[in-house]
Design a protein around this ligand. Structure first.
Ligand code: ADP
Ligand code: MG
Length: 659
């Protein structure tokens, strides 16, 4: 149903807008990323950090206190059996309580007879106990808001089952409506398991259908590109370093593709720091020799600017004209004109390279660096503009080759596994406290040796929903800690000019310590920065942390990576330990895929992979195999119901192209 037809309250509409949910169907497909199981237990068995639910008697009037404009804290005492507990709840200033009243509470036990409640009410305990879905949140939205929204929509939305009957029966899957009910309002774990099975199967089936449909219309032809191989060889010889074996092989594969009369569609994947840029440069050179323009697209302006600098350096002995399309209007006007006149050979920039008004005279090669970072819309534009162009995708999220092949279908994959010579790698330390105090001296030593440091925070400014260190306040504190060394601040909400100024000051070592959000995650290349401290490391995905770690292993200096966390959760600590134990991106990726539960905590969809919301590529192999087989069969099915299903997926997949 359309949002309008659902007649949601203005507040709920606002939530939909913030979460980018545009229809009833999308709202119902906003899945929890995990579940919490609350069962009543005896006080004696409670341990700090436990989720608890209990019913007791209110012992004192609530004490209300406004900490900040958007934060009120209410606390009161309760009797639970003969224990006296202090209960604290945030942002419930209107809550009226009577002494002596029975109250059910759900929350976290903090130890010392203290409980932080997430909800409490004078309802029977059974309404709180049980399995609770936990949804990904945005600022100003609560779990309760989302649950209520989904409840309201679930009642109104027609949830017809589109999955062909045959496959539902074959795999014993529950209906779509049952599945939605089970995933949002599970009564028990069986119901939840059945819901997950049904929805995951559908995700995989649709993915493989879309993939196979795409394979059909991808085998486009163009004239073979003509260039002199020895000329390319000469170019490679004069580069400032010798290519590694894997880089050479990858270049050969790309050049081979370009010399065929079929449009190239290749993914180069290699761990962070393995040297993908130079491979792109070789491809751009050959493409230029063949008489075509090339475009190199980066996910951020910082990275585009950096590529521009690297390209100028690597092409310094040639007469190739390189330009960088930035957000400055003046620059844009000039470049668009030159591009049309074929006065630019290689254009570097963000997705703006494919805006409607950027016209190329003779575009022959499109390279998307860190391709997984681009959104659906950006990929669509890229596909349109580069219709008859060779396409080279580069990704730093290494996924096992067999998996890549099964995911990307006929997209060819080159892998760079060996690192450039002389790298010392990285020593990773897990600090079980969200403070750099215990490693402060080590960090100061690193500065004394003349190296630089990144400090990473998971958010820009203070936020009441999450307890985590923010970049702004960390910056203020660390300026003093590291004085007389200079500290700078970088985050995504700064203007492009400010960002560039800070980044360039850091690159020139005018700033020694850079406090930043994950805007530095991708591709940033400052060789002299050899240490990184990550606050609230538990809030990041493993692959994301590995990406970050890649920033500090770009030279022959020893890299040092510090993960700070206050978490006491064994599973989280075990997950982080993977990074301490291995520096191999492939192993990290596999571990990461293994424990990616439904959805993803911070909404940072994991890199390089199609967005399976529920499905898990490593553990759901059986289902993947079944879905693949069914997809193949469906494509050739004469059954009208099944054909219309295929057509619907074909239509959807054109709108949301999978890479
Ligand atoms: P990524 O694969 O993460 O994009 P880059 O292309 O940025 O890696 O390369 C990382 C660093 O390694 C760069 O400073 C680059 O100049 C250097 N590099 C790349 N290839 C080689 C090589 N064969 N020998 C020495 N240094 C190299
Ligand atoms: Mg790179």
């Amino acid at each position: 149903m359309e949002l309008k037809a659902l007649k949601l309250t203005p507040k709920r509409l606002e939530i939909c807008k913030k979460l980018n949910l545009n229809s009833g169907e999308e709202i119902l497909r906003y899945y929890p990323f995990r579940y919490e199981n609350y069962q009543e237990t005896a006080f004696e068995t409670w341990k700090p950090g436990d989720n608890v639910v209990f019913q007791g008697e209110v012992a004192t009037f609530p004490n209300k206190y406004r900490a900040r404009r958007s934060l009120t804290i209410t606390s009161f005492l309760m009797f639970y059996g003969d224990e006296e507990l202090k209960v604290t709840i945030y942002n419930r200033p209107w809550m009226g309580l009577q002494v002596g009243q029975q109250l059910s509470v759900i929350g976290k036990y903090d130890g010392n007879h203290k409980v932080t409640a997430i909800n409490c009410a004078g309802k029977p305990l059974s309404e709180f106990a049980g399995i609770h879905p936990v949804y990904p949140l945005k600022e100003g939205i609560t779990q309760n808001d989302i649950r209520k929204l989904i409840q309201a929509v679930f009642v109104k939305e027609e949830t017809a089952d589109r999955l062909p009957e045959k496959y539902r029966t074959l795999h014993g899957l529950v209906s779509y409506r049952e599945a939605l009910n089970g995933i949002h309002f599970p009564q028990n774990t069986t119901q939840l398991r059945q819901a997950l099975a049904r929805l995951k199967y559908e995700e995989f089936l649709n993915f493989y259908l879309a993939l196979k449909l795409r394979e059909k219309d991808l085998s486009g032809q163009r004239a073979a590109k003509m260039f002199s191989a020895s000329e390319v060889e000469r170019f490679i010889k004069q580069l400032p370093f010798e290519l590694t074996t894997d880089q050479k092989t990858t270049c050969d594969e790309i050049l081979g593709d370009m010399q065929k009369n079929v449009i190239m569609s290749r993914l180069v994947q290699g761990d962070v720091g393995s040297g993908k840029t130079v491979v792109a440069v070789v491809a751009l050179y050959a493409n230029h020799l063949a008489g075509y323009q090339g475009a190199l697209m980066a996910p951020t302006e910082i990275l585009a600017k950096q590529h521009y600098d690297s390209l100028k350096e690597l092409f310094r002995n040639s007469d190739i004209r390189i330009a960088c399309l930035t957000s400055s209007e003046e620059n844009q006007k000039e470049i668009k004109q030159a591009l049309k006149n074929n006065e630019i050979d290689i254009l570097v920039g963000t997705h703006s390279l494919f805006s409607d008004d950027v016209l190329y005279a003779k575009l022959g090669l499109v390279i998307a660096d860190e391709q997984h970072r681009f959104g659906v819309e950006q990929r669509r534009k890229l596909k349109e503009k580069g219709k008859d162009c060779d396409l080279l995708l580069m990704s730093a999220t290494p996924i096992p080759r067999t998996l890549a092949a099964s995911l990307y279908g006929d997209l060819k994959v080159s892998t760079i596994e060996s690192m450039p010579p002389g790298r010392k790698g990285c020593i990773t330390t897990l600090v079980k406290k969200n403070s750099l105090k215990s490693v402060e001296n080590e960090l100061k030593e690193i500065l004394t040796e003349g190296r630089q440091i990144y400090i990473i925070a998971s958010m820009i400014e203070k936020n009441d929903t999450f307890k985590a260190r923010d970049a702004e306040s960390l910056y203020q504190a660390l300026v003093k800690v590291f004085y007389p060394y200079r500290t700078g601040l970088l985050h995504g909400r700064m203007s492009a000019e400010d960002k560039e100024a800070v980044m360039s000051a850091f690159a020139k070592n005018k700033i020694q310590v850079l406090v930043s959000t994950t805007v530095v995650e991708v591709g940033v290349n400052v060789k002299n920065a050899t240490a990184m401290v990550v606050y609230d490391a538990d809030r990041f995905g493993l692959s994301q942390l590995h990406q970050l770690r890649g920033r500090i292993q770009r030279s022959s200096y020893q890299g040092r990576f510090y993960l700070l966390t206050d978490t006491k959760e064994e599973s989280t600590l075990k997950r982080l330990k993977v990074l301490v134990d291995t520096n191999d991106g492939f192993k990290v990726a596999v571990e990461d895929l293994k424990d990616r539960g439904p959805g993803d905590l911070l909404g940072t969809r994991q890199a390089g992979l199609p967005s399976f919301v529920l499905g898990n590529l490593i553990t759901d192999t059986k289902m993947i195999e079944a879905a693949k087989k069914d997809a193949e069969e469906l494509l050739h099915s004469p059954d009208p119901e099944e054909r219309s299903y295929v057509q619907e997926i074909a239509y959807l997949s054109q709108q949301f192209a999978v890479e």
